[in-house]
Write a new protein. Structure first.
Length: 331
């Protein structure tokens, strides 16, 4: 028993303050238990921040009664992505060294929080995320469509990032202060995939820790209300991320293919003309090839311009990071 306790409890001396952030929208039935079960001995100071996204029930009152240290509220429901960004900002202003994000619906065990903290404390990770699928023994019971969807979206993200993550949809995560300060997010309704992309592209290390789901919302999700719509949102995030982080690949690759096809086809037709002194009936193909070469060249030039803008984006993000850091209570 003593050995297990040592294994699951981070060294307090290595971390001053942990802020456990709980995004919540109409979670009066479950948020109280989540707050009460958060371990307060995993750092010198552990604060609970509830980010209320315009709840119309007693979420705020229940959170106060359960012992939340701070409650930040939106007047109306703005979406999970906006709630997460505001929560990160508030947690940093509270002086967090590590920020833990956990769902308010009771799906995850707050007692697993020390396990998420340890890799960051050991300087082995900048972000630690719960994985529901890494350990086959802990895979939760869920509808087949959700399992397929999770694997599909993880596969898409892994292809883009050249990584091997097993669970990219889970919101139960821990972030180092530096990782949180560097986050630049735009999504309003979801953030889980965008965080992976943003931090991996900025060379932060992400580690997965297997955790068991202890509660289920009867197979329903407030984020994935429609699988097709959610898939479209994730695909849009990946397309935009490719455009922003790899502009030469996004514009230059299709442009190069178009130019290559146009030039190759024209070379073949040129040799045919040398042999038989005749272009017909392929005159229309020459026009198409010229179109491909012109459009492809324009895309390559656009890619070069976008690559130049990408450098400006990196400089602006560095300025934003320094600005956010300077505004923190401890500077």
């Amino acid at each position: 028993m003593i050995e297990d306790k040592k294994k699951n409890t981070p060294e307090k001396k290595n971390i001053n303050k942990v802020v456990v952030m709980i995004p919540a929208y109409n979670e009066e039935e479950t948020i109280g238990d989540v707050i009460r079960n958060i371990p307060r001995n995993c750092a010198r100071e552990v604060n609970v921040l509830v980010v209320n996204d315009g709840s119309r029930d007693r979420t705020v009152e229940v959170s106060k009664e359960a012992g939340a240290d701070r409650i930040f509220s939106h007047r109306t429901n703005l979406g999970l992505g906006t709630t997460f960004k505001d929560g990160i900002h508030e947690a940093l202003n509270m002086g967090a060294d590590i920020i833990v994000n956990i769902d308010a619906d009771g799906q995850f065990n707050p007692q697993d929080i020390p396990g998420l903290l340890q890799p960051i404390i050991d300087h082995k990770a900048d972000m630690v995320t719960c994985s529901r699928f890494k350990d086959p023994r802990l895979v939760p019971t869920m509808p087949l469509i959700k399992i397929i969807g999770n694997k599909f979206f993880a596969g898409l993200l892994n292809t883009f990032l050249h990584r091997r993550f097993t669970d990219t949809q889970c919101g139960f995560r821990a972030y180092s202060k530096e990782a949180a300060l560097h986050l630049t997010l735009f999504g309003r309704f979801t953030y889980t995939q965008e965080v992976f992309i943003d931090l991996v592209k900025k060379k932060f290390k992400i580690v997965e820790v297997p955790c068991k789901v202890i509660g289920e919302r009867n197979g329903k999700s407030r984020v994935v209300t429609n699988v097709l719509a959610y898939g479209l949102k994730v695909s849009l995030i990946l397309i935009r991320s490719t455009r922003d982080y790899e502009p030469l690949k996004f514009f230059g690759l299709p442009g190069g293919i178009m130019v290559g096809l146009g030039v190759l086809s024209n070379i073949i037709l040129f040799f045919r003309w040398l042999m038989i002194s005749k272009v017909d009936p392929y005159l229309i193909v020459i026009y198409v090839n010229v179109f491909l070469i012109i459009v492809g060249t324009m895309l390559i030039v656009l890619g070069l311009l976008a690559d130049m803008l990408d450098r400006n984006r990196q400089l602006q993000e560095e300025v934003l990071y320094r600005l956010k850091k300077s505004e923190l209570p401890n500077g």
